[in-house]
Design a protein around this ligand. Structure first.
Ligand SMILES: [Zn+2]
Length: 461
């Protein structure tokens, strides 16, 4: 797997910016609203970065500042929320037939960002307050395998957090974003056919499926025949209109879509959409998840082995292979494929987190040092990885380093949008860490932000 291919801004600055955003979200998390969480997956993130890079540049923004973030929600929606990030529901990817359709949506959302629509009205919207990791498919299996608290945390995270109500843009903002998006597509050399197809599909879907009105694309982006007609005119007169789709990107999209379906859908639904008669790569990939979710590890492993027979070095096939072995109670066997996946992705943080988990799960004390090294590197590179923080806490606790274990828990609770527990853990860490040390300062920062979030929650009651 690859890391988000763009260089990251200074880690500290990024971390603090995120902390603030996350703590703002914590405030909203207690209001009863639809459960939503950020869904993180190395392969998906690498694809979305590649799909959007040229569009981001065309919008006059820096790819390193703009993330396309997937929300774990099967309704069809996309939105911006006060930062430069574009949020896309997993349901939108499921509903799209190709990458070009999603690129049309991303281009439109980038239009909102570039035109400042999200920033002026950001008080109405909020970012998801917690993160779910797709590579940890099985919250339940993790519990069964003894990872107890982490497993529950992941399940709980998906249920607790909430987003604020999506802001419906005004008509003027919508047409502004439409025109801007069309310009970005054109500059990136991408046809507007996908955008058009997707908008038309949405109009039809609205009647056919029970799309929840509360947070559907139609609600946040009121569609009209007028808008579609205007877009059609712009796109058709664009020199890029007849450009062919990028076959490599499209193939990667079908894989990611299949993986998301396998991850979020009921196994029976996945097996209906991707029946065993279908031996394509995406179908086998989707079924691997479906079998694994249905507790048929051998069937799941057989699908992945067949994929690896074709592409033995594919880091994402290696990742799911190691993950299934790990979650089936075979951590020793998971080590080799995960190690290879980590090596070939230049230590992608999410994959490294799973590898660190496998090392710990072997219960072999001689693996602990390597686990610590891998997990520290993972969170240093990408702090928004609650599971890596959890595993790092396990390593520290095992060593008897309760202060750093508590600090790692505080980091994780922040990412999971749990301010009270983040506060408690940070305060616990501060009692034993050497005052004024880097870790102590970090714990203090978390405590201050978390306390503020907790107090705001209290005042709201
Ligand atoms: Zn819009």
């Amino acid at each position: 797997m690859q890391h988000r291919s763009q260089p990251q801004p200074p880690a500290i600055a990024r971390l603090f910016a995120r902390m603030l955003a996350l703590c703002a979200a914590v405030m909203l998390a207690i209001q009863p609203a639809a459960a939503q969480s950020i869904l993180r997956d190395a392969e998906t993130e690498a694809l979305l970065a590649d799909m959007s890079r040229d569009l981001i540049l065309a919008a006059g923004l820096l790819p390193s500042n703009v993330n396309v973030v997937v929300i774990n929600d099967r309704s069809i929606n996309a939105f911006v929320a006060g930062t430069q990030d574009v949020y896309i529901h997993s349901g939108l990817i499921e509903a799209a037939d190709n990458a070009n359709e999603v690129q049309g949506v991303i281009a439109h959302e980038l239009g909102h960002i570039a035109l400042g629509h999200s920033i002026t009205r950001s008080e109405n919207a909020s970012k998801a307050g917690n993160i779910t990791i797709l590579s940890l498919l099985l919250g339940l299996a993790a519990v069964a395998a003894g990872a107890g608290e982490a497993g529950l945390g992941i399940i709980g995270a998906g249920q607790q957090a909430a987003l604020g109500k999506f802001l419906a843009h005004t008509r003027g903002e919508e047409s502004g974003a439409d025109v801007a998006g069309a310009k970005y597509l054109s500059q990136a050399g991408l046809t507007g056919k996908g955008s058009l197809a997707f908008f038309k599909k949405l109009q039809n879907l609205e009647f056919r499926l029970a799309i929840p009105q509360e947070d559907s694309y139609n609600r946040s982006h009121p569609l009209s025949g007028e808008r579609i007609t205007l877009l059609q005119e712009i796109y058709q007169n664009d020199p890029a209109y007849d450009n062919p789709l990028d076959p490599e990107l499209e193939a990667r999209f079908q894989r990611v879509k299949a993986k998301l379906v396998g991850y979020v859908a009921e196994p029976t639904e996945t097996l209906r959409d991707y029946p065993e008669t279908d031996q394509s790569v995406p179908a086998r990939y989707a079924r691997a998840y479906a079998w694994h979710k249905s507790a048929y590890p051998e069937k799941a492993l057989a699908e992945v082995r067949s994929l690896l027979a074709q592409a033995p070095d594919d880091p994402y096939f290696l990742e799911i292979y190691g993950q299934i072995l790990l979650e089936s109670g075979r951590p020793k066997e998971a080590i080799a494929p995960l190690q290879k996946a980590v090596a070939s992705t230049n230590a992608q943080s999410l994959i490294a987190g799973v590898y660190g988990h496998a090392l710990i799960a072997t219960e072999d004390p001689s693996n602990l040092a390597e686990a610590e090294r891998v997990l520290k590197a993972a969170v240093a590179r990408d702090a928004e990885n609650p599971f890596a923080w959890y595993q790092l806490g396990v390593v520290y606790a095992d060593r008897g380093d309760t202060a750093r274990a508590a600090l790692a828990s505080a980091e994780r609770y922040v990412l999971q949008g749990n301010a009270p527990l983040a506060l408690q853990s940070a305060e616990q860490a501060m009692t034993t860490l050497p005052q004024g040390s880097a870790d102590w300062i970090r714990a203090q920062d978390i405590a201050i932000l978390a306390r503020d979030a907790v107090e705001r929650q209290r005042r709201r009651r």
